[in-house]
Design a protein around this ligand. Structure first.
Ligand code: 5GP
Length: 113
């Protein structure tokens, strides 16, 4: 797959407001936040979208989810936040490097738009 803007963030070629980083993932504030707190949690390896993840990515996907929970807690959110993965253009995905949206700090309705 080809590089996206997130590869440049991983490689520190463009700036981002990073809140967490380890060997396998990086998390940073969304440039166009849809909630008072809007963080993107992404793997450092390139997986275009959830549909492209394989069995070999099982531990990584679990790691991303647990880190998302930890980041939410560290930012003061334990009781109410929303976690979203848009898979494919039809679901609103615009950057084809797998990412988890962590949204918090406002009420969320259901179903989502
Ligand atoms: P998607 O629509 O693919 O689920 O989410 C992509 C997200 O990446 C969007 O919320 C968009 O605002 C965010 N985004 C796109 N380009 C950049 C960027 O250069 N920096 C940051 N921090 N976020 C970005």
């Amino acid at each position: 797959m080809s590089d996206t803007i997130f590869t440049k963030i991983i490689n520190k070629e463009i700036p981002a407001d990073i809140v967490f980083e380890d060997d396998s993932c990086i998390a940073f504030h969304d440039v166009n936040p849809q909630a008072p707190t809007h963080i993107l949690v992404i793997p450092k390896i390139q997986i275009a979208r959830l549909a492209e993840a394989g069995e070999e990515d099982q531990a990584l996907l679990g790691h991303l989810m647990l880190k998302t929970r930890e980041i939410a807690k560290n930012l003061g959110f334990e009781d109410a936040y929303r976690v979203v993965i848009n898979n494919g253009e039809g679901a609103g995905q615009t950057v084809f490097h797998l990412h988890i949206h962590l949204l918090a700090g406002r009420p969320f309705s259901w179903p989502p738009g």
